[in-house]
Design a protein around this ligand. Structure first.
Ligand code: UDP
Length: 377
């Protein structure tokens, strides 16, 4: 039988971190010929991840342009991917999650009559407009996809509720697989920052938080840093100009708040492993921190990742200055409350998601008789 040609398409940092271990896994299967196509929706942040995992893309659409709009990204992915699909003629196109690359990549494959596999399928906030445009991207991608790799049972149920019941596999999230490459037990050290202070890892960059919510978050961070002398924040600041401007203005000269350049995935995961806790609006960090036993304050109004909240390791802190300050202070002052949240749990995966996805692909294309066993936390 001929090899199955599988083309993975991704373009941003979080997609790359979560697709890299899958690309490496697909390479281990002799029945599969794996190709990687990057759109480079984010150029620098993407390249850093590719380097960490030793992945050299077969195709680089290099679409990033200064001041690009969502329509620009969509149009360029559609146009340039059409060409690549014609050349490779894959049996399956894999896209990930909720970016504009994912949606446009799935649409390009659909136009070319090629089945789509959606990795990290089924996350839902419940509001089609928020997070914008991610929630709509993942809904539309679900409609375009033939195979749905849902990280958790709750994600599968979201798909079921929308009538998507065929070819849905509960696999765990590949981010936990990625952490097998980047961080080990030897990197965990709660004493943290090197200065003896308790380290809080902060990230904040989401479009939905631009403006007042982001300002509130930064003011809360400032309040906490000024109140607690034994705390140090490390904030790898996203390159988006809006984020840089607000972070520099509000946090630029605050003692014990380090604004640093984005870290590579290894540095980032090891930093979190050494931290006392994590404050973030990122999706990926909400999944990674629980696996490391770090409490998470989620700096958003809603989350499509309720599992860690149900497991007790994350709290939805919202975007109100006083509420964020109060919740962080509680975790810094109340060791019993802290201990309750600092449990290492893995509601999102067990490190075998990529293997399950590869097996599900082989099953879907009748190269294997049984589907993979579902991920259960
Ligand atoms: N990350 C990183 N370096 C940084 C900040 C984040 O490697 O300086 C990683 C983080 O560990 C996670 C991913 O990037 O795996 C999250 O990406 P991002 O916050 O951009 O997007 P989201 O997860 O919200 O989609």
């Amino acid at each position: 039988m001929a090899e199955l040609k599988v083309l993975s398409v991704f373009g941003t940092r979080p997609e790359a971190i979560k697709m890299a271990p899958l690309a490496l896994e697909l390479n281990r299967h002799p029945e599969i010929k794996s190709y990687v196509c990057v759109t480079a929706q984010h150029r620098e942040l993407l390249d850093g991840v590719l380097q960490v995992f030793g992945i050299v893309p077969d195709y680089d659409l290099n679409i990033m342009a200064a001041g690009q709009s969502l329509s620009d990204v969509t149009i360029r992915v559609l146009r340039r991917l059409e060409q690549t699909l014609r050349e490779v003629q894959p049996d399956l196109v894999l896209v990930h999650g909720d970016t504009t690359t994912s949606f446009a990549g799935a649409l390009a494959a659909f136009y070319a009559g090629i089945p789509v596999g959606h990795v990290e399928a089924g996350l839902r906030s419940g509001d089609p407009r928020s997070p914008f445009p991610e929630e709509m991207n993942r809904r539309l991608t679900a409609d375009l996809a033939t195979f749905h790799f849902a990280p958790t049972a709750a994600n599968r149920d979201n798909l079921r509720n929308e009538g998507v019941t065929e070819n849905v596999f509960v696999t765990g999230n590949t981010v936990i697989d990625a952490m097998r490459y980047t961080v080990g037990d030897e990197h965990t050290d709660k004493e943290a920052s090197g200065s003896g202070r308790r380290l809080i890892v902060l990230t904040c960059h989401r479009r939905e938080n631009y403006g007042e919510p982001m300002e509130n978050i930064f003011h809360a961070v400032r309040d906490i840093a000024l109140r607690f002398d034994d705390v140090e924040f490390v904030y790898p600041v996203h390159p988006a100009p809006t984020v840089r401007e607000a972070a520099g203005r509000i946090l630029g000269n605050v003692p014990h708040v380090q604004l640093v350049e984005p870290l590579d995935a290894v540095e980032m995961h090891r930093l979190m492993a050494r931290s006392y806790m994590v404050m973030t609006d990122s999706g990926g960090l909400q999944e990674e921190a629980p696996a490391l036993g770090k409490p998470v304050l989620v700096l958003r109004r809603e989350t499509e990742r309720p599992e860690a909240i149900a497991a007790g390791t994350a709290k939805l802190a919202g975007v109100d200055r006083e509420v964020i300050t109060a919740l962080a202070s509680e975790l810094l002052l109340d060791s019993a409350k802290y201990a309750q949240m600092a449990n290492a749990v893995n509601p999102y995966g067990d490190g075998n998601a990529c293997k399950r996805i590869a097996d599900a692909i082989l099953y879907g294309f009748s190269r294997r008789e049984t589907p993979p066993e579902e991920f259960r936390p």
